[in-house]
Structure formats: C-alpha cells, structure tokens
Ligand binder design. Structure first.
Ligand code: GLV
Ligand code: MN
Ligand code: MN
Length: 409
C-alpha cells in the first residue's frame, strides 16, 4: 500500500521551494521557483520509474504503461505553482499523491490494463497573470492566443514569460490531447474548507466545482488637490470603488451561496495629498449554481453603475475569465465511494468552492476529485494544514480508485 512517510517527506521537501520570510510559499508560474519545483517533482517521477516528459505548455507528465499501450490513460494530477505567500498543500498533495500511487504500483508489480499518468499542470492558481489553469487549458486545446496576452503586474505577458522560460508559445497547441487519449482525470486536493473537519472525516467525495467569474473594474474620476478641493466638488474614484466593494459583499451574501471577493485594489496616482483619479479593482465571484452567480453579477454591475453615475465617475468592466461550474463524473464518484467503503471511511459528498484544473479537463474526459480534510478550513495562507494521516488516507483512496479505473478496458 502507499507509503505515507514518503509522501509526507516529499511534501515537506517541495514546500521548501519558494519559502518566504512571511512563512508561506510563492511559486508563481514561469519563475525559477516553479522551475525548481518541477525539477524536484521530475526527480520523484524518476524514482517511481515513470517515463517523464514536459509538453509545450510546461505541463510535466510521468507515465506508467498498462497492458494495452493504445488504451486511454487514467490521468491523476494537480499543480505545483502557488499563490503569493500560500500554503504547502494546495496543489502539491495531488501531484505527489499521484506519484506515490504510481510508485506503489511499481513496487507491488501491479499490472493495469490502461496506462496511468500523473501531471503537474502549469499555473493553476492564476496568481501571476489573473488567468488560472493555463496548463489544463492547453491540455484541452482551449488556451487561445488572446489568453497568452494576459499580463502580470510588471506588464510581462504569458507569451513573453513562456519564451523567457524556454517555451515556444506558438507551439502551445501541441500540448492538446484528444478525448480518446484519456479515460478519466482524478485529482486529490485539500478541501480548503471546514466541512470534513465538522464531519470528523479524513476525506470526501467531490460532487462538482463552483464556476468563477473574474472581472477587473476600472473607475475613472479626476485627480485633484486634497487640500483645496471641497468635498462636494470631487470625483474621487476610490470613494466610489469603496462603495462598490460594499455592494459586492452584500449582494453575494444575499444569495446565500455566491461568494464575492475584491482581492486587488490599485489607486492612482497614489499620493497622500491627491484625490485618487483612477482605481482598478479585481472581482472574483463564484457559485456552484451558474444562474445564481450570474444574477448576483448583474445586480453588482447595475448598482455599481448607479454609484458611479451619481458620483460622475466613469466605470468599465473587463472580463478576465468566466467558467461554468463543472459537475464531477458519477461513475468516478462511485469508484471513490467504493474505495472509501473498502477503507472503512463513510463516503461524504461535497462540492468544491475553489477552482481546479479538473474544470477544464472535464471538457475532455470524465473528471473526479477526492478532498482531504483541511485544518480550520484555512487555505491560500501559510497556516494551511492537513495532517500526515489524512494525506495518507486520501492517497489510499486515490490508489484504490485509480486501480479500479485502470483495470477496466
Ligand atoms: C484557485 O485556487 C482558485 O480557486 O482560485
Ligand atoms: Mn489548488
Ligand atoms: Mn489554490
């Protein structure tokens, strides 16, 4: 069976790459840190006797053949990039867990009908370019030339960052795989919520992934002298944006299910004695029910328009990404449930509020996810934590599920 000690050791080693003074990790895409993480993961893939390759989008694959090399593969995966000052488990658990499954199969001499692969996807988080899941978009052939023009805060585009990392953005289409190459995609991930902790369960069976909309709101007013401009004669872009942040919070809360977050704010010119003339806000809105999310978005747009109209502020919305919620496959869910029952774990279904690469891969093949209990539900934070025992339990469920799926022909 899987070696929980080895998995834990690798999680700890990987977590030292990109470690920051603040305690968290930062491995943004196409940086040296992400490269170092992939190199370490490739060395683990080598230890597991996998055939290692990197595709045109920088996705790192390890493959173990089955009896039928032509059969569609069972793919496990996740990511090794992180948010800024993120935790040790978001992403690495699924990649290292997948390698652990394959190394165990190798050590136990297990034969499968289908090939089994593990992938570390390029940039799931979207922390650098405000466009996440770059690698899984490339896998499904949906990463467009327009996507590649997204820029980071220093004005470096994805295209440019790829070139700097030794990849040819013109060849990104070569990372696409056809639907008949893959039988299933399975991702083990930390829950990043408190549900499993509340249920006293180490793992859960994911039913679907909430769909995110990411927008940029651009407010334009008029910069002016903070000392000489009377309060009634101002067109303060930041004061308008502040009202809109309140609207986001109350409109999302009023639905009971949608979550809305303004995580980035930039006020210009940015002087202590200057009325802000231009402001940019980011907006992240998600729901497992697309219609509810879209209605909340509509209300936010309408009310923000009213605020800006009243204040004489220009307002533009830029759409960065819009994804529908992604349901998990019933068949894979049943296989996960059977694995839980075999391990004596009460199978517990729950949705994912966080986004995952499976949202894209689901367009290509059936997709399933296993959640591992998070401590206090904390994630995207250095305090993110899952116990060694829970990581091992999740990996066992992953092993049993993959074995089941890969033995089918
Ligand atoms: C990634 O973790 C996301 O859900 O934004
Ligand atoms: Mn993740
Ligand atoms: Mn994340």
């Amino acid at each position: 069976m899987v070696d929980g000690g080895r998995l834990w050791k690798r999680l700890s080693e990987l977590a030292e790459i990109g470690r920051r003074e603040e305690g968290g990790v930062a491995r943004l895409s196409f940086t040296q840190e992400e490269r170092a993480a992939k190199d370490l993961v490739a060395s683990y893939m080598g230890e597991a006797n996998l055939a290692v390759r990197e595709d045109a989008a920088g996705n790192l694959y390890g493959r173990r053949e089955g009896r039928d090399p032509e059969a569609p593969a069972v793919l496990m995966g996740s990511h090794v990039d992180s948010v800024l000052n993120g935790g040790d488990f978001d992403g690495p658990l699924g990649v290292l867990g997948g390698i652990e499954v394959l190394q165990t199969m190798d050590e136990e001499g297990v034969e499968t009908e289908r090939p089994v692969e593990v992938v570390a996807f390029t940039d799931e988080e979207g922390a650098r370019f405000s466009l996440g899941m770059i690698g899984s978009r490339a896998l499904t052939g949906t990463l467009s030339p327009e996507d590649l023009r997204h820029e980071d805060r220093d004005g470096v585009s994805i295209e440019r960052a790829m070139r700097d990392a030794g990849l040819d953005p013109g060849k990104v289409g070569e990372a696409a795989r056809s639907a008949d190459a893959l039988a299933a995609y399975l991702e083990m991930h930390i829950e990043q919520g408190k549900v499993l902790e509340g249920e006293d369960l180490p793992v859960g069976v994911v039913t679907g992934i909430a769909g995110p909309v990411w927008l940029r709101l651009l407010f334009s007013g008029e910069a002016g002298h903070a000392g000489t401009t009377p309060m009634g004669a101002r067109r303060d872009a930041l004061a308008a944006a502040a009202e809109v942040i309140g609207i986001v919070e109350s409109e999302a809360a009023s639905t009971g299910s949608t979550v809305g977050t303004v995580g980035q704010i930039e006020a210009r010119p940015g002087g202590i004695n200057i009325i802000p003339g231009r402001v940019e806000l980011s907006l992240d809105l998600r729901d497992i029910d697309e219609a509810v999310r879209d209605r909340a978005e509509g209300r936010i747009r309408e009310l923000a328009g009213e605020v800006c109209g009243r204040r004489g502020i220009g307002l533009e919305f830029e759409e960065l990404q819009r994804l529908p919620p992604a349901p998990c496959s019933g068949e894979i869910g049943e296989a996960i449930v059977a694995a839980c029952e075999r391990e004596g774990i009460r199978p517990y279904p729950l949705p994912s509020g966080a986004g995952h690469d499976g949202m894209h891969v689901a367009g290509l093949c059936p997709m399933g996810m296993i959640f591992v209990r998070s401590k206090d539900g904390i994630s995207h934070n250095p305090k993110e934590w899952s116990s060694r025992e829970d990581c091992e339990a999740g990996c066992k469920i992953l092993y049993l599920t993959v074995l089941d799926l890969a033995k089918r022909s």
